[in-house]
Design a protein around this ligand. Sequence first.
Ligand code: SF4
Length: 278
Amino acid sequence: MSQMTDMRKMEEEWLRTERLPHVWCPGCGIGIVLNAFLRAVIRRNIPKEKMVVVSGIGCTGRTAGYVNVDSFHTTHGRAIPFAVGIKFARPDLNVVVFSGDGDLFAIGGNHFVNAARRNHDLLIIAVNNFTYGMTGGQHGPTTPTGAYTTTTPYGNPDRPFNIPHLAISLGAPYVARWTTYHVNQLQNSIYKALNMKGFRVIEIISQCPTVYGRRNSMRSPMSMMEYFQKNSVINNKASYEEMELTYNGKIVVGEFRNVGGIPSYEERYEEIIRRAQE
Ligand code: SF4
């Protein structure tokens, strides 16, 4: 059996294939991210019973229903506190939050900020498609200034979150951003982050041709991928200003922070309990 067939077979074991076909639109980027995630997990040799995936609401939130591990499709914006609870109850598990930009940075924004500040031991896979895809393409907290959405038909006046800057400023030990065009880099980033402790954030700029692309002159999945290819710049040492996302401008990607040895909240908590019992 070829290596590729082997990998495909192993990936299928990590999927609830009986639930396929999935709900995502043809050409959506979420499948690319899920594929990169599964490959990284398989390469890491993580047993299924040691992995938990938690999602919120939205197109990306449907991921929890397809991975063949203990997974939780939680309420809107609450994936992170739910994951924090799981990690407290079972510190031996790899707890991954796999969710979208609306879920993580709008209604869930406060949870993101405080979980990052405390350095909870979670891996955050944040799929950023610049919009609320599932509910029809409204603008959200990561929609670039000037972009067209159903609720900003003349262009978005808001400034989007700079997610890597936000995560780094809160002390997250691992922070990276890729697009769905950077499949290998994304997979390697997840592979690395799976082996670290603390609040690890990987933002993935992903195509939503159905509701974002078609309002912004990128009607097909290919045109969005071409946009990512032509406009992405890899710069691991980017300044915070360079990490800003602008409409039709450059997308700076890279591994912006990778610092080991910072105790997670769970480690600090255990240490306090241990000392109190001495
Ligand atoms: Fe993907 Fe957009 Fe379709 Fe949602 S609406 S499944 S994000 S292409």
